[in-house]
Design a protein around this ligand. Structure first.
Ligand code: DHB
Ligand code: FE
Length: 283
């Protein structure tokens, strides 16, 4: 029996993240990887583990604790959370070596495809009671040669003012604070939303327990997620952070970059306004 919960748990986000990842694999296309490459990479990963065991003289009780923890990560569906926090930033760094234009960063576990398609001046779907400082985020999508890209998709998703993502926390309505904003003839967009809150890795699951056991903190700085798509251009997956935001210098997911920081200005109407332009390279 399932009950409606007020307070989302790690199991909610883990299970939903695993489910949506598996559903997305069909579209992303699983790569065919050669035996040589599997052997080379897995040998290197295992070498790292063997060296740590040897260097720290890992004991049987510690080995059993690690095994129990990994079983729990699988059972709770938390592998997407764990991997996107601790590993994805390096995969992104490798990919970014051949990418020009706007910097990318990690996608994280909470992207959902096929959200509401909105015009160039858009208001992200939200609850009538949505908390948070209003934020108006404007900008332009251009080619790297500076040509404005009309009809580009600014696919955005973000946490609410309590740090929860729709689709991954049962109390947040589907599609909340998500949308695909389509740029106008001049490549411009204007998105009316709220300022997201910092995000805390759920602490009641195995990823959170590991973070606590290691004495680390579980926070990511407040961020907007974006996937920018335009015909015949390479898609950019990125995030934008906020200047002076808490945890900017100690993001648990190590996914901040100095080029990805917004500097919102708040007028007397207490609406924060921020601007950012995206540049996409040809595909
Ligand atoms: C995780 C959550 C995020 O919102 C994000 O941007 C990156 C990682 C996570 O819980 O793994
Ligand atoms: Fe996020």
């Amino acid at each position: 029996m399932s009950t409606i919960q007020d307070s989302p748990t790690a199991a909610d986000s883990g299970a939903s993240a695993s489910k949506s990842f598996k559903a997305s694999l069909a579209e992303r296309g699983a790569a065919a990887i050669s035996a040589e490459r599997v052997a080379a990479v897995v040998t290197a990963v295992l070498r790292g583990i063997h060296e740590a065991v040897s260097e720290y003289q890992v004991t049987y009780p510690e080995y059993q604790a690690a095994k129990a923890w990994m079983i729990e990560v699988g059972e709770t569906g938390e592998w997407p959370l764990f991997l996107d926090v601790f590993v994805e930033h390096v995969v992104e760094e490798v990919a970014s070596r051949t990418q020009h234009g706007t910097k990318g960063t990690i996608e994280g576990p909470y992207y959902l495809p096929a959200q509401a398609r909105l015009g160039a001046r858009a208001s992200l779907p939200r609850r009538p009671s949505e908390k948070g400082t209003p934020l108006i985020f404007t900008g332009q999508v251009r080619d790297i040669d500076g040509t404005p890209l009309a009809g580009a998709e600014v696919d955005t998703w973000q946490a609410d003012a309590d740090g929860y993502y729709s689709g991954f926390a049962p109390h947040v309505p589907e599609g909340n604070l998500r949308g695909v904003v389509v740029t106008g003839q001049d490549g411009r967009f204007e998105i009316d939303t709220i300022q997201p809150a910092p995000y805390q890795i759920p602490h009641d699951g195995p990823t959170g327990k590991l973070i606590e056991a290691a004495g680390w903190h579980p926070w990511r700085p407040a961020h907007l997620h974006l996937m920018i798509r335009a015909k015949r251009h390479r898609t950019i997956t990125t995030q934008l952070y906020f200047t002076d935001g808490e945890w900017l210098d100690s993001d648990i997911a190590q996914a901040t970059k100095p080029e990805l920081i917004l500097n919102p200005k708040t007028d007397s109407d207490s609406v924060a306004r921020a601007e950012y332009d995206f540049q996409l390279e040809p595909a």
